[in-house]
Design a protein around this ligand. Structure first.
Ligand code: TRP
Ligand code: ZN
Length: 877
């Protein structure tokens, strides 16, 4: 592996040759699968005649090659580690190749591989080059005809994109199926599946009256776990028709569940392939969170059929064109299907923790990067989630109806094409008449903008003066930052009335809630006729992905928590209030001073509990303290022990004072109703379980009894897992151990439940967590080759168990580096992701910095995949 070279956006050129039609044939064998490809090629009109034909190809053994039926001589082409060059080709021609590949040796899970005896593919972003020689880039779009041949007994089911057009028997116990996909597509959307699978079938009638067969293919024992995914799929299909006017375009839509998968799921045309964790559910095995995740991922992949497949990306720098838009679409779908305010709170709170951290670290990059070494490293929170926030801002800027017209124009104008982010934004500019040129900086500038806001009420003139100052911190490779166009949704809440006051800005009546546009580095806004002193409510609904600071007093925040008309900002006021208390307690812990709980926080929580809420899920969010990860994000220097101690102290203080209230809340929200993953029930369960976690924070007898009883009742996985987590994270091993053992034995046969069992053990705060990680790595249910296992055991430990991952002796860093080094050989894509917590070394004290960098250097000394190389180089730069 020589030193990998970056690819640059500014080097983009159309391909020299395009493929109009692709015929493939696979003869599936574990150690030696034969792939025949017939590519119908023609010179690109914008490229000069006489260019050589260069095709991507990796780990392929070429068996034969011919042009228009003429086998090539050895000197007519050359082969390298990364591809094949044919020196002279005609203007239009057919290229036939045959290669051999070894699916059983493929542990990277890119290209064609075996998972639990079943063949499957993952081609995004650049996996197709491990299947056959091809121009593996998204701007080459062809129709595909695919024949899959396999052993009839072991592989009764053979699937690919599109519609099955022919099937038959062959000698030696083999059979074949031929599939045709009439929609031109880039090869990253190609898929193939072969295995002993069973299907659940349903149907959907589209808005124009076409019948679509819906199939979910799983291993037999999972047939009873597909209902929720199927129901979610039908809801998503309907929603996309009603909300975006988008109809499905084939007669068949298939989902396949596989156990070994690098990410959540993949939107292959007509044949979505899913991580089994993102599709299988059952009340006894999956939590509410898992049910909701399945719903949103099923929708996400389905929505890609338009935003990604019908209109795709010109090159991988445009990845957020499909991902940002599709995440925005799935977020809106989930908001409509569940509690909309809670969905926004969950998304924003996750974003402010994880994306902010990415944007502040050494791997920070713009929503549209301008170079990369390994595109597999760019399936990031910035591309997906910040990309979605940027699309959401566009929608808010032009208004939903105009946004919808822009979306229609985009799909109509670019249908069947591979396009750029400019193409998308220009549709929005065209339908709205807005100048979005400054807005485009959101795509090119990395880093989280910080807004410092100041406000002053002028009694004499009844004016409120609001000043906003924006600044984006320096990120790697980007020293100069320009001001962004930032929509700030806001209101002024009257301190006497508790109501939103009317907003008169420079003579314009904006009603009681408005979006102001911050475009300059510093800008002042004067609101007139402000009848009483207000507290400003800023960035309502998290209207822009920025960090906003305002010098709120604790009284201001308690006031907003009680009165803000915006549910999101009510929640945020509570979080800010808790943060002020936590800051004091973190300082006290560090200074060895006795910790004292601020009574104002307790009273604000008491008021919250007394007031209650119609939306139980919102109340559950409001009663949840900021996570340790979020608190860390807000500190200049991360002290994991102080953060943990402070947060535990707040939780226990609240539990001691408000014990009866939490008990009442728990009792009021228990239920024996049969489990349903519905918003009402989910809200009640969250509230009950939040209450239980406060009761368990002080580990009094009744709390323990209730937790134990909830575990024993075995009503549904949400409650069982929550109870088991509380027992396992308590200080009493005599409670944890028997429950863990019983659960582990009961579910030993179910890999998705075992993953949960791994995670909840390795996230316990007790000092033995690292030993447990090592012990569980030897458990029969754990394999280094299974990404879900890695994430559940190693990933959960490194990302969610902050006190133990950042042990002062550096032993956890060492363990993570050991795993990364092993995984670098097996699965580079997953290995590179796993390094993330080590890349954040700048945030810690000097001793830990040294230990973390030491482990990064130890990784760097290995022979590295481009994936791991790129991340480690950036982290040490
Ligand atoms: N495009 C997929 C999605 O967003 C995700 C994806 C990208 C992926 N690369 C992958 C999935 C590699 C599995 C493996 O839905
Ligand atoms: Zn996606």
């Amino acid at each position: 592996m020589s030193e990998p070279k970056p690819t640059f956006l500014h080097d983009y050129r159309p391909p020299a040759y395009r493929v109009t039609h692709t015929e493939l044939s696979f003869d599936l064998e574990p150690g030696a699968t034969r792939v025949k490809a017939s590519l119908h090629l023609e010179r690109h009109p914008q490229r000069e005649a006489g260019s050589p034909l260069m095709l991507d190809g990796e780990q392929l053994e070429l068996k034969s090659i011919a042009i228009d039926g003429q086998p090539l001589d050895d000197d007519e082409y050359s082969l390298s580690e990364t591809g094949l060059t044919v020196h002279r080709v005609p203007e239009r021609f057919r290229l036939d190749t045959e290669v051999e590949i070894a699916p059983e040796e493929n542990t990277a899970l890119e290209g064609l591989y075996l998972s639990n005896g079943m063949y499957c593919t993952q081609c995004e972003a650049e996996g197709f080059r491990r299947i056959t020689f091809y121009p593996d880039r998204p701007d080459v779009m062809a129709t595909f005809s695919t024949t899959v041949i396999g052993d009839q007994a072991r592989l009764p089911v053979l699937l690919s994109n599109g519609n099955p057009v022919e099937r038959g028997e062959l000698p030696n116990g083999k059979h074949f199926v031929t599939w045709e996909d009439p929609h031109p597509k880039p090869c990253y959307l190609f898929a193939l599946v072969g295995g002993d699978l069973k299907k659940v079938e349903d149907r959907f009638t589209t808005m124009s009256g076409r019948e679509v067969a819906l199939q979910i293919w799983v291993e037999e024992e999972n047939l009873g776990k597909t209902g929720h995914a199927m129901a979610s799929l039908k809801r998503a299909m309907k929603w996309d028709e009603e909300t975006y006017g988008r109809e499905y375009d084939l007669d068949l839509f298939m989902i396949v569940a596989v156990n070994d998968f690098n990410m959540g799921a993949m939107e292959n045309k007509g044949l979505n392939i899913f991580n089994s964790a993102a599709v299988l559910t059952h009340p006894k095995t999956a939590t509410d969170v898992a049910f909701q995740r399945v719903e949103s991922i099923v929708a996400h992949e389905y929505f890609h059929n338009w935003s990604g497949n019908r209109v795709t990306c010109r090159d991988w720098f445009q990845l957020s064109l499909k991902e940002g838009f599709t995440v925005f679409r799935d977020q809106c779908f989930s908001a409509d299907a569940n509690s909309a305010p809670v969905k926004r709170i969950e998304d924003a709170s996750f974003f402010r923790t994880a994306q902010f951290a990415e944007d502040a670290g050494p791997t920070a990059h713009p929503v549209r990067p301008d170079h990369y070494i390994e595109i597999g490293n760019f399936y990031t929170l910035t591309i997906y989630e910040k990309g979605a926030e940027v699309v959401r801002m566009l929608c808010n800027l032009v208004g939903w109806e105009t946004f919808r017209r822009g979306s229609d124009l985009y799909f109509e104008r670019f249908d069947g094409q591979a396009v750029t982010i400019e193409d998308f934004v220009s549709c929005m500019a065209e339908v709205s008449g807005l100048d979005l040129s400054q807005f485009m900086r959101w795509y090119s500038q990395a880093g989280t903008p910080e807004i410092d806001a100041y406000g002053e009420y002028d009694y004499a003139n009844a004016e409120y003066h609001l000043t906003l100052r924006q600044r984006t911190p320096v990120t790697p490779g980007q020293a100069d930052k320009q001001p962004l166009h930032i929509p700030v949704r806001m209101g002024l809440v009257g301190t006497k009335s508790g109501r939103d006051l009317s907003l008169n800005l420079e003579g314009e009546d904006l009603g009681t809630a408005a979006v102001i546009h911050l475009r300059e580095a510093e800008q002042s806004f004067v609101f007139t006729d402000v009848s009483e002193a207000p507290v400003p409510s800023l960035l309502r609904g998290f209207s822009a992905p920025v960090q906003l600071r305002f010098p709120y007093s604790r009284e201001d925040l308690a006031f907003l928590l009680a009165n803000d008309s915006d549910g999101f900002n009510r929640w945020d006021a509570g979080q800010r209030l808790a943060m002020l208390a936590l800051d004091d307690l973190i300082a006290a812990h560090r200074n060895g001073v006795e910790k004292v709980m601020d009574p104002r926080i307790v009273e604000a929580f008491r008021a919250l509990l007394e007031r209650g809420s119609d939306d139980k899920a919102v109340l559950a969010e409001m009663l949840t303290l900021p996570s340790e990860a979020y608190i860390a994000e807000q500190q200049p220097l991360v002290d994991v022990d102080a953060i943990h101690a402070a947060r535990t102290f707040v939780k226990q203080s609240l539990a001691v004072t408000l014990r009866d209230e939490f008990m009442a809340l728990f009792e009021a929200n228990r239920s024996d109703e049969p489990y349903a993953p519905e918003p009402e029930q989910i809200g009640a369960r969250s509230l009950k379980n939040v209450a239980l976690s406060y009761l368990m924070a002080i580990e009094d007898e009744q709390g323990i009894e209730l937790t134990q009883a909830q575990f024993d009742a075995d009503h549904n996985m949400t409650d069982v897992r929550h109870a088991l987590t509380l027992l396992t994270h308590s200080s009493r091993d005599e409670l944890a151990d028997p429950a863990l053992r019983a659960f582990g034995e009961k579910w030993a046969h179910d890999p998705l439940v075992m993953d949960q069992w791994f995670s909840l053990q390795v996230t316990r705060p007790q000092a033995d967590a690292l030993d447990r990680v090592k012990f569980l790595m030897a458990h029969p249910a754990f394999s280094m080759k299974n990404p879900n296992n890695i994430r559940a055991l190693i990933g959960a430990f490194a990302n969610q168990n902050r006190v133990n991952f950042h042990r002062a002796d550096g032993e956890s860093y060492r363990l993570l580096a050991d795993v990364v080094i092993e995984l670098n050989r097996l699965n580079p894509e997953v290995a590179a992701r796993l390094i993330t917590p080590l890349t954040r070394w700048q945030r810690f004290d000097e001793a830990r910095q040294g230990l973390m960098k030491g482990e990064l250097e130890r990784i760097r000394a290995e022979r590295l995949s481009p994936n791991v190389y790129e991340v480690v180089e950036k982290a040490l730069a």
